[in-house]
Design a protein around this ligand. Sequence first.
Ligand code: ADP
Ligand code: MG
Length: 331
Amino acid sequence: MITLRNLAKNYSGLHAVNSITLEIPSNKIYGIIGKSGAGKSTLVRLLSLLEKPDAGEIYFDDDRVDHLIGTPLLERRRKLGMIFQNFNLFSSRNVFDNIAYPLEITNQPKDKIKSRVHELLAMVGLLDKTASAISQLSGGQKQRVAIARALANYPEILFCDEATSALDPQTTASILQLIKDIQTQMNLTVVMITHQMEVVRDACDFVSVIDDGEIVESGTVKDIFSFPRTKITREFVGTLKPLMDEAIEDLPRYSIKYRLHFTGESTTKPILARLIREYMLDVNILSGSIYTVGNDHIGELIVEFVGQSENLDAAKQHLQEQNVRIEVVDA
Ligand SMILES: Nc1ncnc2c1ncn2[C@@H]1O[C@H](COP(=O)(O)OP(=O)(O)O)[C@@H](O)[C@H]1O
Ligand SMILES: [Mg+2]
């Protein structure tokens, strides 16, 4: 578990990170989503011990880590992996030598480096690119090299700062899948910084929304999607292309004609509007009439409902509950 207590970082009076208190569970993928300038990269630099906070504390499990210096800091940092939007690879080194770098600086023997690099290349699916120059790789392949390099020393935590923001949607999906696979295999804690709700939806278990240096909302991805509590979260959820529209289009649609008999109160209720809205039906009114009998109104409508069979059944039940009598017309 990573625990942050009242963490703060200022840049000449600007509260880039403003008193953040948060618990990030181990062995999960934790998303932190926010707009540009919200303080995401500042937060991740504090978490990855690249910068010191102005106030507050960071704990990895029970160990306080924000005030470390010297060798203990270096040792901690070796247990952290990091990947970025721009990959940050060494262009003067080929694929093998990029991945070997963190093993070289920890003085590992040559044969061990070789076997570990091959293991990592296999893990990220780049065995055929061992000797390639970085400039010959696609964006997705570059990020795979960066992932392999970040994992070389068996880190406990992987920080991803906008790792897929420079990639097209298909490549993004394949990199997210790779991170998910590796997370499970290596029992990693992954902190995924992003401005894209798709990344949260497709890869994360938990998410916090950061705005203006503060965490405004946290929870499981499912809960945040189902009940976004703040305006900014609703905006993020709203940026997603609804998968539902396509799904509904793809399902077979049926049409049934009914004769509906309304009496009393039911004539005055906006029943049809509700059917359209809640059961996603198309409703065609074929004919209709309303009579007054004594003090009662009696209505009869002949309608055609078009929709998914499940929704048609649910709509029929709803009508019956509203005391609308239903007859099927030329079934
Ligand atoms: N090294 C820095 N010096 C001065 N201001 C900075 C520095 N890093 C970030 N900031 C400012 O802090 C705020 C948060 O930036 P950042 O953490 O990079 O946001 P994000 O990654 O969410 O886009 C911004 O207003 C940015 O200009
Ligand atoms: Mg950033």
